[in-house]
Design a protein around this ligand. Structure first.
Ligand SMILES: C[S@@+](CC[C@H](N)C(=O)[O-])C[C@H]1O[C@@H](n2cnc3c(N)ncnc32)[C@H](O)[C@@H]1O
Length: 221
């Protein structure tokens, strides 16, 4: 299994930091859905700067944030204090979650669990199953094999995984890429509630790039 590596959040400042503090569109759908199902215990797995940890805490969930980066957890704690919400925060590796079995009703992993290789992905999925209660749901995103970066001439770990090379916070971090059939196989022990692929367009100072991610909603059956 490839070594885990946290994001270098010290490189994320200014506009880039503001981007990572603003909740994304599907988070509003998930709050609505999970409140409607009386779900309470929420884990933001790979929480980064905690934009969703804080958003879910404000919405009334008992919110936990977890990340491999100490800097991200420190900053999430500062933002939570400013927002006046209580959150539980832990530093650790998603390959071995520091939570008891059946701890959570709902888990959100946005652009996180792709930071491993194929063996790591299978281990993380078994951890998700362990910490979710029966009937619990997890919404996760995975990088797609259609994304521009899967074509890059970066170091190869296995048939689905490359090590990213860049002058930014993700340098040296493993990236796992999936297609539809691989997702069906990875999550065969869950009910797959929804699966769709999204192309995101990002405008950085007039330079427009796009990327493809899978969005997957699974239920512990
Ligand atoms: C793209 S950021 C997404 C942050 C957050 N989910 C959001 O949407 O704002 C990916 C995060 O995953 C974390 N991460 C990477 N590998 C990890 C691991 N093995 N265990 C826990 N967190 C990890 C990184 O440190 C980083 O904070």
């Amino acid at each position: 299994m490839v070594d885990s590596k946290a994001w270098d959040w010290d490189k994320v400042k200014g506009d880039h930091e503001r981007h990572w503090q603003e909740p994304v569109i599907e988070s509003y759908y998930l709050i609505n859905r999970w409140l409607g199902q009386n779900k309470k215990d929420f884990l933001d797995l790979g929480c980064g700067l905690g934009r969703h940890t804080i958003q879910f805490a404000k919405a009334g969930f008992k919110a936990s944030g977890f990340d491999l980066s100490e800097a991200s957890i420190t900053r999430t704690g500062e933002y939570a204090r400013k927002a006046n919400v209580a959150v539980d925060l832990k530093v650790g590796d998603m390959l071995s979650l520091p939570y008891a079995d059946n701890s959570f009703d709902c888990v959100y992993c946005r652009n996180v669990i792709s930071h491993t290789d194929t063996a790591g992905m299978r281990k993380i999925i078994s951890e998700l199953k362990r910490v979710l209660r029966k009937g619990g749901e997890c919404y996760l995103t995975l990088r797609s094999k259609q994304a521009w970066d899967f074509q890059q001439d970066w170091p190869i770990v296995d048939e689905n995984t490359k090590i990213r090379v860049e002058d930014g916070p993700e340098n040296g971090i493993p990236h796992f890429y999936a297609d539809y059939n691989l997702i069906q196989d990875l999550f065969k022990d869950f009910d797959i509630v929804k699966i769709f692929q999204v192309e995101d367009f990002i405008n950085r100072g007039g330079n427009i790039t796009s990327s493809f991610h899978w969005h997957v909603l699974i239920c512990h059956n």
